[in-house]
Every structure is written in C-alpha cells, then in structure tokens.
Design a protein around this ligand. Sequence first.
Ligand code: HEM
Length: 322
Amino acid sequence: MLWGGTVQGKERASLGAEFREVVADMTELLGKPNVSDFFPGLGRFDLQGLLKKMDRLAKQFDGIFEKMIDKRVKMDGDGRDSGKDCKDFLQFLLQVKDEGDTKTPLTMTHLKALLMDMIVGGTDTSSNSIEFAMAEIMNKPEVMKKAQQELDAVVGKNNTVEESHIDQLPYLCAIMKESLRLHPALPLLVPHCPSETCIVGGYTIPKGARVFINVWAIHRDPSAWENPLEFRPERFLDSQWDYSGSDFSYFPFGSGRRICAGIAMAERIFLYSLATLLHSFDWTLPEGKIMDLSEKFGIVLKLKNPLLAIPTPRLSDPALYE
Ligand code: HEM
C-alpha cells in the first residue's frame, strides 16, 4: 500500500524483513524508561545510550526511504507515466510534492516524516491487535462460529471478502471493539505533555510533566464494565461506544488533539484482515496446545507467546484460494 507498487518480488520480501526489524527495534526503544526523563540534568550524558541508538535507527529508516523514493522517481520517468499501473501512496505523495502548493508546500522532509508516522504508528499496532483478536476468537469457538455465519450471509461461500462488505458486518466490528478494549495496542497511550499547568480531578499537573494514561486499566474497570475480564463482543452491539475519545471509559485510539491519526485506516485494515482470515479458514491450535492469552507490556502491547494457529480451508471452491 505504501510502496507496494514500487518494489516487487524478492526485493520486496527482503526489504519487508529489514523494515520489520527496524520498526521492532524502534518500538522497543520508544518503550524503554529513560533516566533523563526523571533527572533532566542528566539528559546530555545519554547514560543509557538511547539517543545514540535512536539516531542510528533514524539513519536506517532514512536510508530505506531514500532507496524507495529514488526507485519510484526512476520508475515514473519524466512524465511520471511508466509506473502508472503500479500505484501506491509514495507515488501519490511525490505527485503532491511536485504539484507544489505554495501556501503549504510538501518538502522531502515532510514526505519522509509522513511515511515514518504511518509506519511507526500503523504497523506494530495493527498487526498485534489483529493477533489478539484472532487469539480471543479461537479461545471462544462460539464467537468464531457467529462471525463466520455473519460472513457467509454477507459475503457468501462462493466469493471472497471485498472492502465493500466491511460496513455490513456489525458482529465482526463488535469483536474488534471488544478486542481493543481488553488489549489496547498502546496500553499507556503515547506520553502526553501539558503546555500549561492545569488541574485535573483535584491534582495539579505541572506544565511540561510527562503524563501516562493507563487505558488498559480503564478498559478493565469493574465500575464501568460488567464482567470486565470476559471477552464478550455482544456488549458492543447496539452500544454507544465509538472511537471518538469522548467517553473516558473507552478510548483505544486515545482522545483529544493527539488522538490516533490513522483511525479510519486502522479500522479498515483490522476488519478486512479479520474478515478474510475468518471467512476463508477455520482456525485451530496445534494438537496438545492450550491458548495462552498472557500479555507482554511495552509501548505496544503484544501476546507474550506468538499465536500459533492452523488454518483449514472452508470455502467450497478451491479456485478461490489461488
Ligand atoms: C489497531 C490499530 C491502531 C491503534 C489501536 C492505534 C492507537 C493509537 C493511539 C492510542 C494513539 C495515541 C493517542 C493519544 O495519545 O491520545 C495513536 C497515535 C497515532 N497513530 Fe495510531 N493506532 C492504530 C493504527 C494506526 C495507523 C494505521 C496509523 C497510520 C496510518 C496510525 C497513526 C498514528 C499517528 C500518526 C499517531 C500520533 C498522532 C499525534 O500524536 O498527533 N495509527 N494511535
């Protein structure tokens, strides 16, 4: 989607692997406690070497972006036409940059920053959220059955899932919401920092303080949720909860000015992936394994042990899997 039309085949696979590694390192680094946050005077000594590591990763990212951009520019040639059959987001951004809006010009630095935001903000969050949802669904066969019944009614068993089906799948949507309630991708959101001293609930929050919001605990608060530890998508059918961040008992995408910038895309990716996986296959655990839903905390919440799942085709026409 980002640059899928720019690189293909083996190059795409090896770039994907390199990229996943850099993103994983970046995510781990972002979640590391930094002594300098507590003793700002020590900041310049970079005692844990975090700045140095971040600098190295940023250069690695930059190298990958440069390579991609170069390739796209060459591919599109003079008239930007030869690559028109392989469109991607990078091509679109380059086009916007070249068209040059004089009031708010898009520079190469802006372009790279946008790619960076989408990658760091959108990859690990989406993939881990989908993995949690699959684990919860496999742990409750009745939920898998209900989701598949809904998919069979809307998509049909002789068809594949299309983006246009997504809005007709309320039960699947409830599964996504319930999974994000129990396993919010960013359990402490992204650290916030008030620009002015303010008072919240009787507590003074000084200007410049680092504020962590434990949305993971809020989503499990028994005073707001009935049987909070139970995975029950039904609680979201006909419910008032959405992703606007206006209800402080449910805000998996944050709230206010710094709310997730990619909600619409996250929703699409999450639902489309889940719908395709559940519509095409039945899923079981390897023989003798029991489901382990333990979580590993970091800036991004992950399953402690990656999910191992065995797919069995369930569609009538084998050609649909080609
Ligand atoms: C299931 C998927 C996702 C979840 C659960 C999620 C959740 C979040 C959360 C909780 C925040 C912090 C909000 C706050 O602190 O108030 C955030 C910020 C952000 N997200 Fe997402 N996100 C997801 C996918 C995406 C995607 C696909 C993109 C981009 C394509 C994206 C881009 C961003 C950006 C740029 C920010 C920073 C916004 C800012 O600081 O102004 N996210 N996200």
